[in-house]
Design a protein around this ligand. Structure first.
Ligand SMILES: [Zn+2]
Length: 434
């Protein structure tokens, strides 16, 4: 037996009110949607009332009240006899694949989608920097074999080119991914605007994916954003921030031109993904930096109950990291420079078991710390055959304390998100006065 497919009408245009999404309808107080429902029914019955039309197919809809967990919740529903080709059509015998295909095709063609694109173009044109925009027109590639048909392509003087894509509920993961990567390669800012964001229920995976790509920011063009755009004469959006438990917080209005733009070209308002992780790392490191400050007074006592050699390893690595981060330090010895410290402890065998670890760190830091060629020589000359490897307690400790270098997965993720700190990426930071 064919599974019953219920396609939800994601939004309707209600006379005198404008666009109302299914999510907004659900958020309304019971009396509000109840009255709307009455007014729409009234009109249908030839009385004074309101018309409501599906934003995808333009056929009339009504507000159905369906029981969910004991309470009645409102949803838009096509009237019997509505357009069966509507991507949001509620059909009984449509196979899931057909429904997906219809929905996907609907993405390009629906009047609603077109309306939303035109609305973005209209709002972008309010900005004094506006030069031009195009909707669903072929954008030839500069570096790639294939171009793209972006939903909207806008040029602002002194700001550059940006592209807005709407994520409809049927956008496929592969499509999302290929669009993100395409515009990143082309150096074009890409903003995904979500549609039908329902904060009260679990988000669909594709939506979660897009939010993550924007560092935990969900952008929506809702009526408050349209109003704010018109008032401020620039493109503004409602931005929901992903909370630690995966839910979305209350939306705030943000200016598009004030968003942060990482190398991925996917802008964000507040970094909800990288910043909390970097904060957690900094928190883990803080007591060790504090312990090192006092340990310098007597370097023969254990550092945080470590034995002598691991104590020196931590002191040496933290000195390199602090120095690469623009805060020159030598926790490990009284040498004026880190080359002298490293050469001494290598030649006396104190760090000889850790030359692989040190080499990894020094290579990652690059020119962030100026070391003499002698250090490279000593790293080879005094290398112990018996190296602390990735299974050793020393390596495990560094993976936790300096994961930007010693945790390959985190390092990859930070690199991908364009969030690897400068000191860990080999970018030189000017030393700060102490
Ligand atoms: Zn429809």
């Amino acid at each position: 037996m064919a599974r019953k497919i219920q396609r939800k009408v994601e939004a309707a245009i209600i006379e005198k009110i404008g666009a109302v999404t299914a999510a907004e309808l659900l958020d309304m107080p019971d009396d509000s949607w109840g009255m709307l429902r009455d007014r729409i029914s009234d009109r249908r019955n030839g009385q004074d009332g309101l018309t409501a039309r599906c934003m995808a197919c333009n056929s009339p809809v009504y507000i159905q009240s369906a029981p969910a967990r004991g309470v009645n919740r409102p949803l838009f529903q096509h009237y019997v006899g509505g357009d069966p080709t509507c991507p949001w059509y509620h059909g009984k015998n449509m196979k899931p694949d057909d429904a997906r295909a219809a929905q996907y095709q609907g993405r390009q063609e629906s009047p609603f989608h077109r309306n939303m694109c035109e609305l973005i173009g209209e709002l972008a044109a309010l900005d004094p920097r506006y030069v031009s925009h195009s909707i669903a027109e072929y954008l030839p590639p500069t570096e790639n074999t294939y171009g793209r048909y972006p939903d909207i392509h806008v040029i602002w003087k002194d700001f550059g080119i940006f592209v807005v894509e709407f994520q409809m509920s049927g956008s496929f993961q592969t499509e999302i991914s290929s669009r993100c990567k395409h515009y990143e390669r082309e150096g074009i800012t890409l903003l995904w605007v979500l549609f039908g964001l329902e904060t009260s229920v679990a988000l669909k995976q594709n939506t979660i994916d897009i939010i993550r790509r924007h560092r935990g920011n969900a952008f929506v063009l809702d009526p408050p954003a349209v109003k704010a755009s018109r008032e401020n004469k620039t493109l503004m959006l409602s931005c929901y921030l992903r909370q630690e438990d995966g839910t979305l917080g209350r939306p705030e209005l943000v200016r598009f031109d004030e968003l942060n733009l990482p190398r991925s070209r996917l802008p964000y308002h507040m970094d909800m993904i990288v910043a909390p992780r970097l904060d957690a790392i900094a928190k883990r490191r803080r007591p060790w930096f504090a312990a090192l400050e006092s340990w310098q007074q007597d370097r023969y006592k254990p550092l945080q109950s470590l034995e002598r050699k691991p104590s020196l390893l931590i002191a040496a690595t933290f000195s390199l990291v602090a120095t690469a981060n623009g805060q020159p330090r030598n926790y490990a010895s009284d040498h004026q420079n880190l080359s002298g410290m490293l050469n001494t402890y290598l030649s006396t065998g104190m760090l000889s078991r850790y030359t692989d670890i040190l080499t990894r760190l020094i290579e990652a830091i690059g020119k962030g710390v100026q070391l003499t060629p002698k250090v490279t020589e000593h790293l080879q000359k005094y290398r112990d055959e018996d190296q602390a490897n990735e299974e050793s307690p020393e390596w495990a400790l560094l993976r936790s304390l300096l994961p930007e270098i010693f945790d390959p997965l985190l390092r990859e993720e930070l690199t991908y998100l364009d969030a690897l700190p400068d000191w860990a990426a080999g970018r030189v930071i000017a030393p700060q006065a102490i």
